[in-house]
Structures are given as structure tokens and as C-alpha cells.
Design a protein around this ligand. Structure first.
Ligand SMILES: Cc1cc2nc3c(=O)[nH]c(=O)nc-3n(C[C@H](O)[C@H](O)[C@H](O)COP(=O)(O)OP(=O)(O)OC[C@H]3O[C@@H](n4cnc5c(N)ncnc54)[C@H](O)[C@@H]3O)c2cc1C
Length: 460
């Protein structure tokens, strides 16, 4: 049978747009259906707007410490309208760049809502006209992302908000509670504390960034507290709702007593949830296990020509993980499937101030796995470039297998940690030994020397 398209990709976020682009580059006729904006959450309501704010705060911090470098400047003033205009410009320019790139490769982009009718038909309803049309196709890729998780005790309102509204605030709040000390929680605390908001993080677990190396997460806690952020761990929110022109947040503190906070905004970032109806998908044969759609290690659903990628596949909730899955599935469809993705080789980056980067195991994970390990450490204070930049608060921890000296994991907190960690990918993915990693010539003075400094120290 002749189909309209080789593949219809539903969703134009990092997963969908990457998948559609690679398919088109590989000569396949592909349609990408996106109902809001090309670039998805990452570009429009996630990575890019939040990192634009974080950069503004970074710049503000540089200006504030300029005096230490002999530069006299007056007290900086924040023009929130212009901050947002810059953020929106970034989003717009990157969005049109991505759209152009996909279109130039041959992707047919449709601004429409898509619904799978049967295993070879997708019904699209165009946003502008309301017109409906059936697209027939050999393959379908579901890349519809995820949505913020709100539990019954957190009532979304004008003042109890998700990350989407946090990125569109009309003014900088004076006070804010952040429920959840995960990645978005600590990044938001870095943004708004930097802008002068009194921020309180409430986290149920004993540490912020609970999955991170404990020593690194403690470092981050101290750094945020130094910036004036209140951090309540082992504390559980029992209710968050609008109350007049404030958000009222009730929580149990570490000692078990109930406390109430009235703040301008309460951001709920306790996690994400899938964005699809399992019963609806089951009608076309896509089976689930009660929690989510069943996928094999090639991201195929139980209907062999229908794939699921990105946040909706629930394997790795990052834009770069989503892109990797997009290109992986595109190769599966247009050529042949490569080796399944090794998720242990995907790094973690947290753009808090200071930044955090991680690849491979943490010290706690090495312990849990029963590995006989040793830790090579160095403080940024020992690094010349960090000293020159006035960024001495940082730590690198390299986890090494004691028996054969293979690098198993690298955990960093400090200036540019999200860039630095990319260098460590090679060491972990290619299982370098300490002496092999040391056998390169580092430039000087560079932040990357933190790895050399750590590897030359005696391990603990
Ligand atoms: C505040 C915040 C900050 C973040 N920062 C980072 C970061 O710095 N780095 C990072 O790697 N990740 C970050 N993330 C995570 C990242 O945004 C997601 O992991 C990524 O967007 C997932 O990509 P995706 O393509 O799977 O889904 P999405 O980006 O969610 O895209 C899915 C798209 O599908 C569309 N869609 C859904 N249903 C339909 C339908 N029926 N028909 C048509 N279209 C449909 C949606 O409109 C959406 O555009 C952040 C997330 C948030 C919330």
C-alpha cells in the first residue's frame, strides 16, 4: 500500500524534532505534528527560558563582585521587562532556527493536534483552521513529552504554580516556596534568590538532589544557604493552595511539627507525569503495565511500527536524552537499529549556582554495588583558573575501581561544572585507567586541570 508518509512523528520537542530531522536527512518522507510550538517544553517552557534567567543572574553576580577585581560599578538594577524580552528573544530565535533546519531537511511540519486512529493512520486537527485530516503512514513515533505532576494536596492556582508559570511571572516575587529540591527546584532557587526573592525549598528526602553524590549535594546546600535560601529537608508538605493574594503552604518540619508559610508564589516541582491516556492507546493495541506503555529496548511499543521516545518513553527525562532517543529510532526506521542506548553513559547536568555535573557512579552507588573503590578528590581552591576567576568553591570527586584503577564515575560541583563534566564522559565511557587519563598534556591555567589535580592526589 502507498502511504502518505514513511513516518508521522507526533510532537516537535527535542525527541520528535531530532527524530524527524534524521529521518528526513536519511531520505524518508516525514511529517512532524506539533500542537503548540516547535522545540517543545525544552525550548519554550524549560531549558532555554530557565537558562536565560540563570545567565542573567550569573551576570548580576559577576557585576556584584566586580569590585574584587578592581572595577568600580554602581548597584545594578534589574529591569524585569528587559530580562524577559531577552529570554523571549532567545526562545524565538532558537525556535525559528530549529523550524528552518527541519524544513530544509525536508520535514513537513504541521501545526496541529494529532491522534492515532489506527496503526497506520494519524488524524490531525489543524490549530488555525480546525480542519481535520487523516495521514496514512508506515511508522508512527510518539514524542509527546510529559507534564508537571500536581498531587491532590497541591492545588494549582494563581499563586501555586508549575514551572511553566514560573517562567512567565509578571514581576519578581518577594517570597517563594519551592516544593521539591530536585533539578528544577535548585535551579529555580538559584534564579530567584539571585534576583532578591526570599526562597524556601521544602524537600521530603534527607538531601536536595537526592540521587546525587551526598557530599556534592551537601556542598550545594551550603552554597544556596549562603545565598540566603532556606532549605528544609526531611520535611513534607501537606497542603499548598491559594489564599487571597498569597500561596499558603502547610508542611511538617524535620521534628514533626506543622508549620505554615504565606508566600507570594509557591512553585510545585515534585516531578513530571506521562502525557497520554493508556486506555486510549490500548484500543489500538499499545499495551501497558499499569504504570506506562511497554517498550522494548529499541523503544518500540507492542505495535511493532509504533515507537515512543523522549519524556513520554520515561527512560531519561532530559532534552539530550530525548534527542538521543529521537536519532536512535530514526536510524532504526531508516536503516537498522544500532546497539540499544546505554543510559548509564548519559550524563547529568544541573545549572544551579554553583553548577553540578555527573557521569557514571556516585560514591553511594559504588558502595551499594559492593565495588571496592577509591576516591580521587580536588578542591577548586587548588586550581589556578578558579582562583583567578574568584570561583574557589568547588569540588571534583573521581570514583575509581581500586583493583584495576578504572574510572567509574565523576562528580563535580563548581564553576562551569556542566561543561567540565563533558571531558569526564570520555574517561567513564571508554573506561580509562587513572594513568591513561593522566597521560595527556593539559593547558594551563584552565579549569579542566581540576581532573589532573584530583588524579594526582592520594586517593581516599
Ligand atoms: C523548567 C524546566 C527546565 C528544564 N531544563 C532542562 C535543561 O536545562 N536541560 C535538559 O536537558 N532538559 C531540561 N528539561 C527537561 C526537558 O525540557 C525535557 O526532558 C524535554 O523537553 C523532553 O523532550 P520531548 O521531546 O520528549 O518532550 P517535549 O519537549 O515535552 O515535547 C513534546 C511536544 O509534543 C507536543 N504534543 C503533545 N501532544 C501532542 C499531540 N497530541 N499532538 C501534537 N503535538 C503534541 C507538545 O506540544 C510538545 O511540544 C527541563 C524541563 C523543565 C520543565
Amino acid at each position: 500500500m502507498e502511504y502518505d508518509f514513511n513516518t508521522v512523528v507526533i510532537g516537535g520537542g527535542p525527541a520528535g524534532s531530532r527524530c524527524a530531522y534524521v529521518l528526513a536527512k536519511n531520505g524518508k518522507k516525514v511529517a512532524m505534528v506539533e500542537m503548540v510550538a516547535v522545540g517543545g517544553v525544552c525550548l519554550n517552557r524549560g531549558c532555554i527560558p530557565s537558562k536565560s534567567y540563570l545567565y542573567t543572574v550569573e551576570l548580576l553576580n559577576y557585576i556584584k563582585k566586580a569590585k574584587l577585581f578592581g572595577i568600580e560599578v554602581g548597584e545594578p538594577e534589574i529591569n524585569w521587562e528587559k530580562v524577559n524580552a531577552k529570554k523571549n528573544r532567545n526562545v524565538k530565535m532558537l525556535g525559528s532556527g530549529l523550524t528552518r533546519k527541519c524544513e530544509n531537511a525536508g520535514v513537513e511540519i504541521m501545526h496541529a493536534h494529532a491522534k492515532i486512529k489506527d496503526k497506520n493512520t494519524v488524524t490531525v486537527k489543524f490549530i488555525e483552521t480546525g480542519e481535520e485530516k487523516d495521514l496514512t503512514c508506515e511508522n508512527i513515533v510518539i514524542a509527546i513529552g510529559s507534564k508537571p505532576l500536581f498531587l491532590p494536596f497541591t492545588e494549582q492556582g494563581e499563586h501555586v504554580i508549575s514551572s511553566t508559570e514560573m517562567l512567565e511571572l509578571e514581576k519578581i516575587p518577594e517570597t517563594m516556596v519551592v516544593i521539591g529540591g530536585g533539578v528544577t527546584g535548585v535551579e529555580t532557587a538559584s534564579i530567584f534568590s539571585g534576583l532578591g526573592t526570599k526562597v524556601t525549598i521544602i524537600e521530603r528526602q534527607s538531601h536536595i538532589l537526592p540521587w546525587q553524590d551526598k557530599e556534592i549535594s551537601e556542598r550545594l546546600r551550603k552554597a544556596l544557604e549562603k545565598k540566603g535560601v532556606n532549605i528544609y529537608t526531611n520535611s513534607e508538605v501537606s497542603s499548598a493552595k491559594d489564599s487571597g493574594d498569597k500561596a499558603e503552604v502547610v508542611y511538617k518540619n524535620e521534628e514533626g511539627s506543622e508549620e505554615t508559610l504565606l508566600v507570594d508564589k509557591c512553585l510545585v516541582v515534585i516531578g513530571r507525569q506521562v502525557n497520554y491516556d493508556m486506555d486510549e492507546l490500548a484500543e489500538i493495541g499499545i499495551e501497558n503495565n499499569g504504570k506506562g506503555v511497554i517498550l522494548d529496548d529499541r523503544l518500540k511499543t507492542t505495535v511493532p511500527n509504533i515507537y515512543m521516545i523522549g519524556d513520554s518513553a520515561w527512560r531519561n527525562l532530559t532534552a539530550y536524552g530525548a534527542e538521543r532517543e529521537g536519532e536512535y529510532v530514526a536510524e532504526c526506521i531508516s536503516r537498522e537499529c544500532k546497539k540499544p542506548i546505554n543510559y548509564d553513559h548519559i550524563l547529568t547536568t544541573v545549572f544551579s549556582h554553583p553548577e553540578v555535573g555527573q557521569i557514571g557512579v556516585t560514591e553511594e552507588q559504588a558502595k551499594e554495588k559492593g565495588i571496592d573503590y577509591e576516591v580521587y578528590k580536588s578542591e577548586f581552591a587548588a586550581n589556578a583558573k578558579a582562583m583567578i576567576a574568584g570561583e574557589r568553591d568547588g569540588l571534583v570527586k573521581i570514583i575509581v575501581d581500586k583493583s584495576n584503577k578504572t574510572v567509574l564515575g565523576v562528580n563535580i560541583i563548581g564553576h562551569h561544572a556542566t561543561d567540565l563534566v563533558h571531558q569526564a564522559i570520555i574517561a567513564v565511557v571508554h573506561e580509562l585507567k587513572v594513568e591513561e587519563w593522566l597521560d595527556i598534556v593539559w593547558s594551563h591555567p584552565v579549569l579542566s586541570e581540576v581532573f589532573k589535580e584530583a588524579l594526582e592526589n592520594d586517593p581516599a
